[in-house]
Design a protein around this ligand. Structure first.
Ligand SMILES: [Zn+2]
Length: 162
């Protein structure tokens, strides 16, 4: 899966995600990928999820759309970078309208740069989860995202948030 485009709207950020390989559309049957996701980001187990089945994300992660896992990875990275836990994500798709394997994932955000940075890092995290490549250093990446919240210049010694 890869991020195709990102659009910053006033109240959310919309991401178009494409999955080219039909075999990698869902997490089902890929226990190793699920294990890598939970090892790198244990906080995923605590995630709430609005789904029709009324199950938690901890239960759902074993069989869900890969872009839906991406959605939760982005939210987790934002949370670790200091965003409020209540921010919501949403994953939708309409293959007839958008083309086979195209998903639309959207995010509420408290800070657009933090959300954009989380999307970029999550793209790399997904490569690790799906392809078993070297994982990005989540501590370093989320610390970098946290720093984006406080922006120069400082006014009278007080960091301003624009
Ligand atoms: Zn969810």
């Amino acid at each position: 899966m890869h991020v195709h485009s990102v659009t910053v709207c006033e109240d959310r950020i919309d991401v178009v995600v494409r999955v080219d390989d039909d075999e990698r559309m869902r997490t089902a049957g890929d226990d190793a990928a699920v294990r890598r996701a939970l090892e790198l980001l244990p906080g995923l187990k605590q995630h709430m999820c609005d789904n029709a089945q009324g199950i938690t994300f901890a239960e759902e992660i074993a069989d869900t759309e890969v872009p839906h896992l991406f959605e939760h990875v982005v939210i987790e990275l934002m949370t670790r970078a200091g965003s409020p836990r209540g921010l919501k994500g949403e994953t939708q798709w309409d293959f007839n309208r958008d083309g086979h394997g195209t998903f639309r994932v959207s995010f509420e955000y408290d800070d657009d740069l933090v959300c954009l940075g989380a999307i970029k890092t999550a793209d790399r995290v997904m490569v690790h989860i799906l392809e078993d490549t070297e994982p990005p250093d989540v501590e370093v990446e989320t610390a970098r995202l946290r720093d984006l919240r406080l922006r120069v210049p400082q006014v009278e010694g007080v960091p301003t948030r624009m």
